[in-house]
Design a protein around this ligand. Sequence first.
Ligand code: BG6
Length: 490
Amino acid sequence: MNKPSATDIIIFGALGDLSQRKLLPSLYDLEKDQLLPENSRIICLARRSIDSREYRKLTSKHLESHIEKDRFEQQTLARFLARISYIQLDFLKREGYPQLQRQLAEQPAQQRIFYYATAAEFFGTISKNLHRKQCLTAECRVVLEKPLGFDRESSSVINEEVAQYFNERQIYRIDHYLGKETVQNLLALRFANPIFGSQWNQNHISHIEITIAESIGIEGRWSYFDKAGQMRDMVQNHLLQLLALVAMDPPDDLSADTIRDQKVKILRQLKPISAAEQKKSVVCGQYDSGNNEVELLPGYNSEPDAQGISKTETFVAIRAEINNWRWAGVPFYLRAGKRMKRKQTQIVIHFKQQAYFIFDQDQQNLGGNKLILSLQPNEGVALQVQTKSPGINNDIQIQATELDLNFSQEFKDTRTPHAYERLLFEVIKGNQYLFVRRDEIEHAWAWCDNIMQHWSSSEHILHKYPAGSSGPTESEMIIRNDNRQWSGDS
Ligand code: BG6
C-alpha cells in the first residue's frame, strides 16, 4: 500500500455531536495507531466564537470521555491536539472563508479532505463558498454525512449542488454501517468460501431476515427525528445497504465501482410495494411508555424534547422481494426499530430444509441451516447445523447446534476499529469502496418514497408498542403469513 500523503482534514460542524462523539475520537484512534500521515492538520470550523486554544481544551475533555480507557494516553493526546486548529465560521456567510483559505495556502501541497458534518441543506452553499475562495483543488475530497435529503427529489438537488464543484470520484457519502467489521466480513464470507458462494440463491435459500434493533430512543434528537422517522433515518440507508451487500452478485474485483455497480443492480431490482400490498408487507410502529429491565421509559410523544403528538414511525417492518433470477421467490424480512428490548443487529440467512428426511419425521420441522451474521452488540458469525443429540438413545435424535465464531474472542489480540475510524482512514487513502455512490442513494430513495407515499392515507396505521419490547405485535404478521417467525427476539 502506498503511504498516504500529508493531509488537511477540514471539519465543518466541528462542535456538533457527531464531530465530538465520533469524528475526533476516531481521528485520535488513527493517531494512536500512527495512521495519520505525518504533517497532517485538522482544521475545525464552527459558528461559536472561541479560539484554537479553547477548542482544543474542549475537545480534549470530550476525547477523555469517548476514548476507550486503555487507548487514552497523554502523549498521543498532546501529539493529536497539536494538529488541531479552530476557525470561527458561519458556513453560509463568506466572512470566515478567507482565514481558511490562508491557512490552507500555508501548506499548498497537502491533500485536502472537507468533511461536511452539518445538515445537508448547507452542502451546496459550503461548496460554493469553498470554490469562490479557491480552497478546492483537483484532487481534494469531500465527505457527506447522512441523511442526504428527505426523498429522492431533495437528495438529487443536494447531489446536483455538490456535483457543480466536485466530481463523483471526489465525493465520499458516508453510511457508517459500511465501516462495521461484520459488513466487510460478509464480502469475505460470501466470496472467499465456495461452500456459501455456491448456495447463495433461491435454489438453496428460503428467506433472509435483516434486523436492526436499538434499545435507545432518539437521544435528544426529537426535532430532527420527527421530520425523518425510522424509514428515512435507518431503512433508506443502513438497512438497504446491508440488503444490497447480502443480495448482490459477485463483483469481479474489489474496486469501488465494481462493488457499487452490483449494489445498484439490487437496489434497482427491489420490487415496488403497491398500495394494495402495504397491508400485508409493511408495518409501522411508534413506541409508547414501557419498561426495560431497569426503568420506566417515556413514550415517543413524552420524550423530554417532544413537541406535541406526532405520527412519526419509530419502527418499520417490511417484507421485501427482489426481482431477479437469483432471488425470485425469496422474501427478505426487514426490521428496524428504536426502544426495542435490546440492541441487536443481525442478518439471518435461512437455507432450505433437506428435501428428503430420514430421521424422526416429527423433527423434520427443526428447519434448515441458518447462517447468522451478528453486527451488534457482538460481531461474529454463527452457522446453525443439525447434529445428533449426544447419548446412547436407540433413535438418532436431531438437535440444532451452533458453530460459533465470535470475533472478539477469536481475535483477542486484535482490536476492532470503530466504523468511523475505518471510514476516515479509507478517505485518507482515497478508497471509495465503503462509500455510497449517487445512483445507489437515489434508487434507495425511490423504493422508500414509493412506500411512504401511501402513509398519508387514512388506511395507514401506526401501531403502538411498549418501549423495551420487540416492537408492535402486528409485525409478527408479516412473517407469520408465510408460516415463519422472526429469529431470536429483539
Ligand atoms: C444513525 C441514526 O445513522 O445510526 C441513529 O441517525 C441511530 O438514529 C444510529 O441511532 C445507529 O447506529 P449504530 O452504529 O449504533 O447501530
